[in-house]
Write a protein that binds this ligand. Sequence first.
Ligand code: PLP
Length: 393
Amino acid sequence: MELANRVKALTPSTTLAITAKANALKAEGHNVIGLGAGEPDFNTPEHIIEAAYRAMKEGHTKYTASGGLPALKKVIAEKFKKDQNLDYSPQEIVVGTGAKQSLYSLFQVLLNDGDEVIIPTPYWVSYPEQVKLAGGVPVYVEGKEDNAFKITPSQLEEAVTGKTKAIVINSPSNPTGSLYNEEELRQIGEVCLKHNILIISDEIYEKLIYGGAQHTSIAQLSPELKEQTIIINGVSKSHSMTGWRIGYAAGNSTIIKAMTNLDSHSTSNPTTISQYGAIAAYGESQKPVEEMRKAFESRLNTVYEKLIQIPGFSCVTPKGAFYLFPNVKEAVRMTGFDSVDEWVAALLEEEKVALVPGSGFGSPDNVRLSYATSLEKFEEALERIARFMKKKS
Ligand code: PLP
């Protein structure tokens, strides 16, 4: 059977491809260290699990309203107010099956064929594919490494055409950990307002920020920017709830209503039990969130110094998320490989360390290492990489 053109054009996820290869090696009995994970390695906090269990026992196992339970929207609105001083009504919030699905719905309701979406590189792998699935055209703007992988207002201005509909800002970023500060966001916001570009602000790593840095949402900067922005967030990364699949979008009520309508015909509603878990996540103590953040920060401080000691590696210091995104161009040259992809494949084959090549993130000179893994494992992986470099140089 012939498949639809829209799926034939899909690029498979590089993250999943490397994980599959690593798992195959593991199944053969090899001691593989996977640094490809995109999820916290902590358990979901106990009180969230208890709340979901209680919900099931109390019979909350049926459909809910399509855009999410009113009680969940209420705690999400309270979170926006408390953390970012942003006011959103229930009509301005739609809960989805993870932030990924919220983004998917957003692109679906927003884009007509040929509409352009500006995606700064390096980018999270799903943005371009989701834009294409909605008939849109991704327009890449290079976040230069010497500007901590962030784009500038003049780069943005140059990329704007009559077809530009939206831009994706992901701060802190997957894969770079870069964080836009208030002034940078203000300047980008000005360009977006001038050209009426919708800002999609993916804030899924909002709670994972290090070195005393602060998270700013572009929506906080003025009422005009709030109106121009759809915030995407969720509990996956902040509360270690990746498998629960709860994310949300907040912003202009016309867009949110369209997303809710669309979701009513696709997912119906985010899993009921998970919604009760998310109510507990936001409604009760935020202590576990801060504990996990601290653990990530301490790991980062240890592993970053070790990583940059490896010959041929240089790395922008991440300010958030749980990834390191070193430039390994020199390391690849020193070891005689033709590309980072080949170097990554040989490292997995010979030293059983799984990294994600930067090509999947639109940045072919880099690799992504996730420190959402034990320090012990990460340090052993670095030793193996150093050994590989020595052997091949
Ligand atoms: N946005 C970014 C930048 C991500 O890294 C991820 C997950 O890896 C998501 C969105 C989606 O998160 P979820 O669908 O688990 O809420």
